[in-house]
Design a protein around this ligand. Structure first.
Ligand code: 0GY
Length: 291
């Protein structure tokens, strides 16, 4: 399985961040890919990445000063969660997972995944990544996972939010939105699109958000200052419902190869007090994934 010709592999030698993360910090959005000879990519995938195995992820965690990972199933592995579960089982209880599952998954399979450390399912609405799934199917999955106390992670782009709001409000339990709902940062924080997202979080206390992925949302590039006001606004308004992640190994980046040291150095710009940093990096992810 050869990676796509325009696929950018992850940074071979990320810098040490200047910001020292507090002890016990959680990288709450990252992935493992392959290795493909052991864990092949899904036939229905829309891209073929560079292998990004668990050993590399755990080495990056240590290099950046983090303690734990939340590993999110990505579309290139489809609903085959074996690479994810393998990483969880070899993490010494230092990783939790977000899976993508079939609607007909059995209770026994869900229980096995729970034992391995899976705590959520992911619903992906990004059209370039997945074929559409009917909302009824997602609602069926949501019903199934309720008993386990899992939550739901949703990935969508800003232009699709308006249409999705009734569905999001229908979902039971906690919902975590990936990458701030992918705002167009050129429009500014005050634009109705981002304000719509803020209003949704104000109206629905079950909605949490990952203030992640400046590398995808930026127009200016590193050090991602054009994305900072969006993330800072969310941290200031919803301190107890925000999560942060590296997004390693950054699938489908086209503009540049992110240096995770630089990404970590964005944290003190978006969470400007020690209390906000502790909530973002420790208290919130621990409550959601390790309690
Ligand atoms: C991310 C973002 C992307 C990819 C996926 O499931 C995926 O393939 O999530 C993307 O291309 O924006 O969170 O890794």
């Amino acid at each position: 399985m050869v990676m796509d010709p325009d696929y950018l592999p992850f940074h071979p030698n990320p810098s040490k961040p200047t910001f020292k993360v507090p002890a016990g910090a959680v990288d709450a959005h990252c992935h493992v890919f392959g290795p493909a000879d052991r864990f092949p990519y899904a036939p229905e995938r829309k891209y073929t990445p560079c292998d990004a195995p668990k050993e590399k992820l755990f080495a990056l965690r240590d290099h950046l000063g983090f303690s734990r990972n939340v590993i999110v199933q990505a579309s290139c592995h489809g609903k085959d969660n074996r690479a994810l579960v393998d990483a969880l089982l070899s993490s010494n209880d230092m990783a939790r997972g977000v899976a993508i599952v079939n609607p007909d998954i059995s209770e026994a399979e869900l229980k096995d995944m729970d034992k391995a450390g899976v705590r959520a399912v992911r619903f992906n609405f990004v059209k370039r990544l997945v074929d559409a799934t009917p909302k009824d199917v997602f609602l069926g999955v949501a019903e199934k996972i309720k008993k386990l106390g899992w939550h739901i992670v949703v990935y969508f782009e800003a232009q699709d939010l308006e249409e999705l709001i009734p569905f999001l409000n229908q979902l039971p339990g906690i919902i975590v939105v990936d990458h701030m709902g992918r705002p167009d940062v050129t429009k500014g924080v005050d634009h109705e699109d981002f304000q719509r997202f803020i209003q949704l979080m104000e109206d629905n206390p079950n909605i949490w958000v990952k203030v992640s992925c400046p590398e995808r949302l930026t127009v200016q590039g590193p050090t991602y200052d054009d994305v900072v006001p969006f993330a800072r606004t969310l941290v200031e308004k919803f301190q107890d419902r925000v999560l942060w992640g590296t997004d390693w190994p950054h699938p489908n980046m086209k503009s540049h190869t992110p240096d995770e040291g630089v990404l970590v150095d964005v944290i003190p710009k978006i969470a400007t007090s020690a209390a906000a940093q502790k909530a973002l990096l420790i208290d919130n992810p621990m409550k959601l994934y390790w309690d």
